[in-house]
Design a protein around this ligand. Structure first.
Ligand SMILES: Nc1ncnc2c1ncn2[C@@H]1O[C@H](COP(=O)(O)OP(=O)(O)OP(=O)(O)O)[C@@H](O)[C@H]1O
Length: 535
């Protein structure tokens, strides 16, 4: 299309300019030699940015800002060196999502401008947008059609989304923050596994709780995405008890409560953990925190300390280093357990076996007991000397792995980023970056996330963190290299049902509430080798 327009203008007094959604010029075509030289001199050339905030009124930046065609002639340009030109820019809108994808602009010398410039640009933009619609994938069109059908009939907030794009009606756009696309996608992925529809409550980034009904959109053989209808929960109405602790900071980069005073995380798993922590704080019992390496056990231990005795000292003794000098370790343990404050026995499952009976003896002694006691371990573990020590901790909490609560990344990442940039305004994660991070498995849990974000903060040099700032191995688009998370959740649910029924497909289909033929179709679609299973 651009080629054709350039051909029409070839040899004439006008040039055609294509810019991206950030007002950066990508291409400039046609126009005579003299005009090209003048434009080069004025730096109206590929690579230069014409955002209104930097360049003032101009055809490209102002069209983007206003989201409509914008004509700027001669002295109307803010920058003096542009005043010899006339230009008209029109935004190129994605015909499905409504997002501005770029700007098409026609520029000429002010003396050469004429009334035909506007219709020329508008008809070219119309044609480009209709090509964009034709090129939009079947998935996108299915989502759009479904979205239009539903939003015509309801006053609710309606959003149609998949991992790559999102369409909202006005009511939904008022509720949603950019980070909510990843959150909603993840929520629907979990809730819709093995089902066509679900309802539930979702806490959005702006700390608004909505009652949501989600359904899959697709044509049976391929999933296009999901459609979610939302209504703000009326005040005072709740279907799930809220955590007694204050709400976690919801908006990336804009915590509403001081960092560290609350346990960040909007997932159901984190909400459950906060409730369990409330009970432990209340009971005052020695507590064992279990979980995978890097899941955040020590972080939770510090949180417990802040809840119990913030004015007293918190001491961490690591069972892994006890081997170096067992007597000194035991001495510190005895001294700290008999004074007020919190004593955290980290990696207690790694305590040297020979030290276990002595530690147990001290734990059982009546002299200890002044300090609040917390231990961390991967699990209660196999019988052995360390297991007996762990048994001394009657309360236990499991800190869930990050892969079971990836939506928490929207809350945890700002805490980590702020820690890395204490003296400057903390950069935010761009929505696409958040989406990429929430699609990963995180075998190293929050510690791994911390390493990735630390390197991204350095690369971004103060600007918001884009996908390109992530280490290369974390940048890959989830849709290209991995099963979409909805499909992954569906796959896990099906495999679990097959495992529970000893591989019997008929029984698994019954358990999932779907027809056996549907199960066969899903097994094929999800790439599960159905010969492994009987029935
Ligand atoms: N909820 C959280 N918000 C922000 N940072 C966190 C959170 N949880 C953990 N971290 C950070 O992640 C890193 C790993 O957490 P932590 O040391 O608590 O893990 P752990 O489960 O005790 O690990 P390990 O058992 O391997 O020692 C730490 O730097 C910690 O500060």
């Amino acid at each position: 299309m651009i080629d054709r327009l350039a051909e029409q203008l070839m040899g004439g007094p006008a040039t055609i300019i294509l810019a991206d959604s950030e007002a950066q010029i990508l291409d400039r075509r046609a126009g005579g030699r003299e005009l090209s030289k003048a434009l080069d001199k004025a730096m109206v050339a590929p690579g230069f940015r014409y955002a209104e905030e930097y360049t003032g009124t101009n055809g490209i930046g102002s069209a983007l800002e206003e989201r409509k065609p914008f004509l700027v002639q001669g002295g109307e340009h803010f920058r003096e060196n542009l005043q010899e030109f006339a230009c008209i820019g029109s935004p190129l809108m994605h015909p499905i999502t409504g997002a501005v994808e770029g700007v098409l602009d026609v520029t000429c010398r002010f003396d050469d401008s004429n009334v035909l410039m506007k219709p020329l640009v508008l008809s070219a933009v119309r044609e480009i947008e209709s090509r964009m619609y034709a090129d939009a994938s079947l998935r996108e069109r299915m989502l759009l059609e479904h979205f239009l059908r539903v939003s015509r009939k309801t006053t609710s907030a309606v959003v149609s989304l998949n991992q790559d794009f999102i369409i909202t009606n006005t009511a939904a756009s008022k509720l949603l923050d950019p980070s909510d696309q990843a959150l909603l996608w993840d929520w629907t992925s979990r809730m819709l596994a093995g089902r066509e529809e679900c309802t539930g409550e979702v806490r959005l980034a702006q700390d608004i709780v909505v009652q949501a009904r989600a359904s899959k959109v697709g044509d049976g053989s391929q999933l296009a995405g999901v459609l979610v209808e939302m209504r703000v929960r009326p005040p005072g109405k709740t279907t799930r008890p809220r955590a007694a602790t204050p709400a976690a900071p919801r908006r990336p980069g804009r915590p509403t409560t001081p960092v560290g005073d609350v346990l960040p995380g909007r997932s159901v798993a984190s909400e459950r953990l906060r409730r369990e922590i409330d009970a432990v704080v209340e009971s005052d019992l020695p507590v064992l925190l279990c979980g995978e390496p890097g899941a955040g056990k020590l972080f939770v231990a510090h949180h417990l300390h802040k809840r119990w005795a913030p004015a007293e000292p918190c001491t961490v003794l690591d069972g892994r280093v006890a081997r170096q000098d067992p007597d000194a370790w035991l001495e510190r343990f005895t001294a700290r357990s008999t004074t007020p404050g919190t004593l955290v026995l980290r990696h207690l499952d790694d305590l040297p076996p020979e030290l276990c009976p002595r530690v147990l003896g001290r734990l059982e002694s009546t002299e200890t007991g002044r300090a609040h006691l917390v231990a961390t371990a991967q699990a209660r573990g196999a019988p052995g000397p360390a297991a007996r020590v762990l048994d001394h901790f009657p309360a236990s909490l499991v800190v869930p792995p990050l892969r079971y609560r990836v939506e928490d990344i929207a809350d945890i990442a700002p805490v980590i980023i702020k820690r890395r940039t204490p003296r400057s305004p903390a950069p935010r994660l761009q929505p696409a970056t958040l989406q990429t991070l929430t699609a990963l498995d995180w075998p190293g849990n929050i510690r791994e996330l911390e390493t990735v974000l630390t390197s991204a903060v350095l690369r971004s040099m103060g600007s918001d963190i884009a996908q390109a700032h992530l280490p290369p191995e974390y940048r890959s688009s989830p849709t290209r290299h991995r099963l979409a998370s909805l499909e992954r959740a569906e796959r896990d649910t099906i495999l679990q049902a097959l495992a529970d029924t000893g591989g019997n497909k008929l029984a698994a289909a019954e358990r999932l509430g779907i027809a056996r033929s549907t199960l066969y179709r899903k097994l094929r679609a999800l790439g599960i080798d159905d010969n492994r299973f009987s029935g």
